[in-house]
Design a protein around this ligand. Structure first.
Ligand code: GLU
Length: 481
């Protein structure tokens, strides 16, 4: 078999949706598995809806996910993706070839005429399709009155088109159900079905892997390949992603933009892992390294039924990746999240890299997102914190406050202020009082963090240092309760 070549071909009319990202990922995994090429092509022929901002955010999202593409024209620096808007001449050449061979023709029916005929067909109970009125016009671009013309493909009336879909199996269409669809619009822009075929051929695509919302386009594309007498690639149509209510995944179901997950504190490898499993499986394995995904990926293991997007599972998976990530990487990623949680640049700098990393090690065990990690560790930094009033009322009883006060004096007298010396002191004191360690530790936790849940407090106290701990404890003891 020739070298595998696949592509991801987004239309730059918005952000990269998780559905699009999964399509990109499956193409990328397939290419990497097969040691083939992964091409990125921006389908920007719809000038009204396409924007450069959208292209930029799509590229940013793909880069964030680590889905690197293999070639493209040099566009000011790194290898840029192909853009259909740069390739208009090619589409015109191919349209001309079809016109010259009598396989396409100019059509001068106006939108108003077409609409009137469409309505008449509906009223008569027949399916509205182009009636072939301009077929005899052939290669004559304009009518006597010089009206703008579109180019239509002459589609035969009979025959069957069969796709041997690599996910769905054989799918049949009747050629007679297609009409003479448009290849070039009157402004010279190619339609999606035409540009995609010309590009897939010229770019040497061996496989077209895309969402199954495109299945209805595939017979038109096959008819075009046949008209151009060009080799037809393999097709794999991936089932859609649904929300919990089994309707197509949309904003109603939560964030659908890939970069929104970055902003919410997800790690790219967690998102990649989750998307890979959304419609593809490898036994019961849930967590895959990137090398494993590349090694195991195959189209045979892509399911035929739509997958349901489960944000809770994605969050769980992200927590697993946070747990496994190195402290120095997490620390670097967390800085903007701490900023957003209200930590000042001075507060961040004051902590120092080494202490930040030790702190991250304490918190990464239980955080599901970077946002959560930043906000749960916020109290370790100097400055005012938010206090959970109900927790203070419940835990910082007058009796507990008195104990905290006594203990604070004893801590002050410790020769060294480390997690170990603190723990020994707390244990000794709890034993002397005949209470559990937790009954002594919990008021300290609430005093320090304002909350009832945090990682073990002794290493946290060591990290904060006695002065910060004392200030925080005094602040809590002054409060009501
Ligand atoms: N531009 C199309 C889209 O974004 C690509 C479809 C295809 O892969 O052929 O849906």
């Amino acid at each position: 078999m020739s070298k595998v070549r696949v592509r991801f071909a987004p239309s730059p009319t918005g952000y990269l949706h998780v559905g699009g990202a999964r399509t990109a990922l499956y193409n990328w995994l397939f290419a990497r598995h097969e040691k083939g090429d992964f091409i990125l092509r921006i389908e920007d022929t719809d000038a009204e809806r396409s924007t450069d901002e959208s292209t930029t955010t799509i590229l940013e999202a793909l880069r964030w996910l680590g889905l690197d593409w293999d070639e493209g024209p040099e566009v000011g620096g790194p290898v840029g993706p192909y853009r259909q808007a740069d390739r208009l001449k090619l589409y015109h050449d191919y349209a001309q070839r079809l016109l010259d061979e009598g396989k396409a023709y100019y059509c001068i029916c106006t939108p108003e005429e077409l609409e009137a005929r469409r309505k008449a067909a509906l009223a008569a109970g027949t399916s509205p399709r182009y009636d072939g009125r301009c077929r005899q016009r052939g290669n004559d671009p304009a009518g006597a009155d010089g009206r703008g013309a579109v180019v239509r493909l002459l589609v035969g009336e009979e025959g069957t088109i069969e796709i041997a879909d690599l996910v769905h199996g054989p799918i049949r269409f009747e050629t007679g159900d297609l009409d003479d669809f448009i290849l070039l619009r009157s402004d010279g822009m190619p339609t999606y079905n035409f540009a995609v075929v010309v590009d897939d051929v010229l770019m040497g695509m061996t496989h077209v892997i895309r969402g199954d919302d495109h299945i209805s386009n595939t017979p038109r594309q096959i008819v075009l390949y046949e008209a151009l007498d060009l080799p037809i690639p393999h097709f794999a149509h991936i089932p859609m992603i649904l929300g919990a209510d089994r309707s197509r995944l949309s904003k109603r179901h939560g964030a659908t933009s890939v970069l929104a997950y970055q902003q919410m504190g997800y790690l790219p490898e967690a998102v990649v892992n989750y998307l890979a499993r959304l419609g593809w499986s490898y036994g019961d394995q849930e967590i895959f390294t990137q090398d494993e995904l590349v090694g195991y990926f195959s189209l045979e293991r892509v399911g035929k039924t739509p997958a349901v997007f489960d944000p809770v599972k994605l969050e769980w998976l992200n927590g697993q990746y946070i747990k496994r990530a190195s402290a120095d990487r997490l620390t670097a990623l967390l800085k903007p999240f701490w900023g957003a949680a209200g930590v000042s640049p001075e507060g961040l700098a004051g902590m120092g890299e080494d202490r930040l990393q030790r702190m991250v090690c304490l918190f990464q065990e239980r955080a599901r997102t970077l946002t959560e990690l930043a906000s749960s560790s916020r109290f370790v930094f100097d400055g005012k914190i938010e206090r959970d009033a109900a927790a203070a009322l419940k835990v910082l009883t007058p009796e507990a406050k008195a104990r905290v006060r006594t203990l604070a004096a004893e801590i002050e007298a410790l020769p060294t202020f480390t997690a170990e010396t603190l723990e020994t002191l707390f244990r000794t004191r709890a034993a002397a009082l005949g209470i559990k360690l937790v009954d002594l530790a919990q008021p300290f936790r609430v005093a320090l963090s304002g909350k009832t849940v945090s990682p073990p407090i002794f290493p946290i106290m060591e990290l904060m240092g006695w002065n910060a701990v004392r200030r925080r404890v005094e602040e809590a003891l002054e409060g009501e309760g």
